[in-house]
Ligand binder design. Structure first.
Ligand code: NDP
Length: 241
């Protein structure tokens, strides 16, 4: 039996990359997907391509009210929320000495507060039902830190810590999964505002397709309720870091 059939899943950052690939994969497995991101035209096109088991709501994850709205629109449309994939993220890498404080703020707002608002938006509903699955997208940068990634890695370490706390606090009721990708070919590098760092990263020769991460998310979501995959790290075979 396909356990994703008819599951209702919210996906943030669904307008490109890993979120888009996850929406396609889960919908192909029979899930109902609610797509959230800021670029409405992208969401509209993706929802139309997927068909009737997809809907979208323009959402900025840094807004608590917009995340609450994403959850309420999902309940109105599909009647319940079985899972959320807190995937939206940005990666404006730079050296701390470059003093790009605005980038630090944005990373904290999107990568940490966005995940927290996602948890906030669904947790009460899931606890009331005594079931639910929260998938938080961290990174290999949630495990290792390197020059230019201090703040980004800090946010991704935070996602892992928050997820582990959530798991312990909701044990027996809610499944919590951390997804930690290595290099994936997406638009993520476009969020780098420091041209030197961006240029250096453009030499990276490896990177796996977003569908590899979507497959991992689908696997975790598709298991029976009593089995919780707590973390999956997916790297390109060629990635040492
Ligand atoms: P993309 O840039 O392709 O996708 C990022 C998504 O996040 C977009 O859909 C974007 O939508 C959304 N997003 C950004 N800011 C906001 C916001 N304020 N509100 C709502 N949505 C927002 O990159 P990826 O698919 O690679 O990134 C997905 C996740 O995977 C991120 O958390 C990233 O950190 C993580 N990751 C990626 C890796 C990689 O190598 N690609 C490696 C490790 C982790 P929009 O702009 O329309 O709002």
């Amino acid at each position: 039996m396909n356990l994703l059939e008819n599951k209702v899943v919210i996906i943030t950052g669904a307008s490109s990359g890993i979120g888009e690939a996850t929406a396609k994969k889960l919908a192909a497995e029979g899930a109902h997907v609610m797509l959230g991101a800021r670029r409405k035209d992208r969401l509209e096109a993706l929802a139309a391509a997927i068909g009737t088991n997809a809907a979208f709501q323009q959402t900025d994850v840094t807004s608590r009210a917009e995340m609450e709205r994403l959850a309420s629109v999902t309940l109105d449309r599909f009647g319940r929320i079985d899972a959320i994939v807190n995937n939206a993220g940005i990666m404006p890498l730079s050296f701390l000495s470059a003093d790009r404080v605005d980038d630090w703020d944005r990373m904290i707002d999107v990568n940490i507060k966005g995940v927290l608002y996602g948890i906030h938006a669904v947790l009460k509903h899931m606890l009331e039902r005594g079931t639910g699955h929260i998938v938080n997208v961290s990174s290999v940068a949630g495990h290792v830190v390197r020059p230019t990634s201090a703040v980004y890695a800090g946010t991704k370490h935070a996602v892992r810590a928050i997820s582990e706390g959530l798991r312990k606090e909701t044990v027996g009721k809610i499944r919590v999964t951390i997804i930690s990708p290595g290099a994936v070919v997406t638009e993520l590098r476009d969020s780098i505002t420091d041209e030197t760092v961006k240029e250096a990263l453009s030499n990276l020769t490896y990177g796996i397709p977003a569908s590899a991460i979507a497959d991992a998310i689908s696997y975790a979501l598709g298991l029976p309720d009593q089995i919780a995959i707590n973390e999956i790290v997916v790297r390109p075979t060629a990635q040492e870091l």
